[in-house]
Write a protein that binds this ligand. Structure first.
Ligand code: ATP
Ligand code: MG
Length: 138
């Protein structure tokens, strides 16, 4: 599925579309260059799922946890990961196979540890405020 985004205000609608596209799948991998808008989009997704505190970039830890209306959300940023051993050390499997939502930034860093099925989101920057989103079931 392809979805053009004209500006940040479109992300609310895009977030609902992505959750519907997932059809109950809960692992979402976000691809896109630095500053493409992965964290920003995840913030809107968390709002759609009924979190109270805003999602921010997980600056101090690899994973942040939020409480949604019906389910927990784990938000990962693997950017600073040096190797896949560090993912084992933080117990990534417990999160991935927990059945809760997992939103993952920089999945490229854990290429060998990806789950067999997930939703792949690609964010392409068109202009300052415009993005092109692609959703795919893997
Ligand atoms: N349509 C849009 N969608 C998403 N972000 C947008 C959009 N238009 C402008 N922006 C801006 O682009 C920036 C995206 O930053 P963000 O931290 O979300 O990127 P990121 O992909 O998570 O980067 P990083 O790889 O460093 O984690 C924000 O400043 C946001 O306000
Ligand atoms: Mg980010």
């Amino acid at each position: 599925m392809n979805l053009p985004v004209k500006n940040i205000d479109d992300l609310n609608n895009a977030a609902q579309k992505l959750i519907d596209f997932g059809g109950g799948d809960k692992i979402f991998l976000f691809y896109g260059e630095m500053g493409a808008g992965k964290t920003t989009f995840i913030k809107y997704l968390c709002e759609c799922l009924g979190t109270s505190e805003p999602a921010t970039s997980p600056t101090f830890s690899i994973v942040n946890e939020y409480e949604g209306r019906e389910d927990k959300i784990y938000h990962f940023d693997f950017y600073r990961l040096k190797n896949e051993n560090e993912a084992f050390d933080m117990g990534y499997e417990e999160y991935f196979y927990s059945g809760h939502y997992c939103f993952i930034e920089w999945p490229e860093k854990i290429g060998g540890l990806l789950p067999p099925h997930y939703i792949r989101i690609e964010i392409q920057v068109l202009t300052n405020n415009e993005r092109w989103l692609t959703f795919k079931k893997i």
